[in-house]
Design a protein around this ligand. Structure first.
Ligand SMILES: [Mn+2]
Length: 338
């Protein structure tokens, strides 16, 4: 273990938070998926992850929750970005899964920076590799922050559009999907939310209203979640004023502190284990780094709470606990065969 006071002084360009790393058995891995194929009318999500990493250099390393500077005795490693290879969309989705899957080994915490939200099915497929799932997706809960429900069956004929990210995630047979901040959706999506017992949605209109807000109910719901959880944060779930450069900014979204509180609640849910998180739809803002800096701060909050959980024993090192039960055979060509 290196001395925190020593490492904090050395800034390494290209690493998340500028932290140096020794490369050996990291606790947290920051992965970059510069993927952009189906974004509606924004451009630049492919440049989002690197912009977020650059902006993270301005994030404070100190947070009172840990009481000392990051990495607070833990190892955070920034991984080379996904190479973007693949002749078509489905090969790319497989490529992303293959890039991510080795890090879902049970003792590392993957923090994935995107890239458009269309990467979510690839993340879920990769999460199947986690020993707590061992290929059983019915154990996995997904918590989604988003402006859009992402529950379309297809957009412009493409079922893997970013507008279908949650639908394609549900196709894996998830335990449950919890959504918050939703304020842009079609009638089809609204009807599905009303009728599908596996989906619970907290609309922004209900969360954000000034009287009888459902915010407390959202927080209560998070604290009751059990089992492995993937947290997916589409930054357009935040109010558009905080993330104006994202592909499809929408007014009326969550405040920064509501995202922080959401992260805090899901990580401290006593029966849940957050196995991974992603922050997606990051687009570099040119005049001010606000959008990418907001994304970097959110990813950092997740890392802080993950470290806090390791310290408090609220983290299962599944790589040691599975006793050889990890027999799931990860399919490297999954999406190509669909
Ligand atoms: Mn989304």
């Amino acid at each position: 273990m290196s001395l925190p006071a020593l490492v904090a002084e050395e800034f390494v360009e290209g690493n998340f938070l500028g932290l140096p790393e020794d490369g050996e058995s990291p606790d947290i891995v920051v992965l970059q998926v510069p993927y952009e194929l189906t974004t509606s009318y924004g451009q630049g999500t492919a440049l989002g992850p690197s912009a977020c990493i650059e902006a993270s250099g301005q994030v404070e390393l100190f947070d009172p929750i840990l009481g000392e500077d990051l990495p607070a005795g833990y190892k955070i490693k920034t991984i080379e970005p996904w190479d973007g290879e693949g002749g078509n969309l489905r090969k790319q989705l497989d490529g992303i899964s293959n890039y991510l899957a080795p890090w879902f080994d049970g003792d590392k915490f993957p923090v994935i920076l995107g890239g458009e939200h269309g990467i979510l099915p690839s993340i879920i497929h990769a999460a199947g590799n986690h020993p707590l799932l061992n290929g059983d997706f019915s154990k996995l809960t997904v918590v989604q922050i988003d402006a859009h429900a992402d529950l379309r069956q297809e957009l412009n004929g493409e079922p893997f559009s970013h507008a279908c990210a949650a639908s394609r995630a549900m196709d894996f047979g998830l335990k449950h999907l919890y959504q918050a901040g939703i304020r842009a959706f079609s009638k089809h999506e609204y009807d599905r939310i009303q009728s599908d017992n596996d989906i619970t949605t907290f609309f922004a209109s209900e969360i954000q209203k000034t009287s009888n807000s459902s915010w407390g109910s959202w927080i209560e719901t998070l604290s009751s979640i059990e089992g492995p959880v993937h947290l997916t944060i589409d930054i357009d779930g935040l109010d558009g004023s905080l993330v104006p450069a994202t592909g499809t900014p929408v007014p009326g979204g969550l405040s920064f502190w509501q995202i922080v509180e959401t992260i805090q609640e899901i990580f401290s849910a006593s029966k849940a284990t957050v196995i991974s998180m992603d922050v997606n739809e990051i687009v570099p803002q040119k005049d001010t780094p606000l959008t990418q800096f907001t994304a970097a701060m959110i990813a950092t909050k997740g890392i802080i709470h993950h470290i806090n959980n390791r310290r408090n024993g609220n983290w299962i090192d599944a790589s040691e606990n599975d006793n050889g039960q990890h027999n799931y055979v990860f399919d490297k060509n999954y999406f190509q065969k669909l």
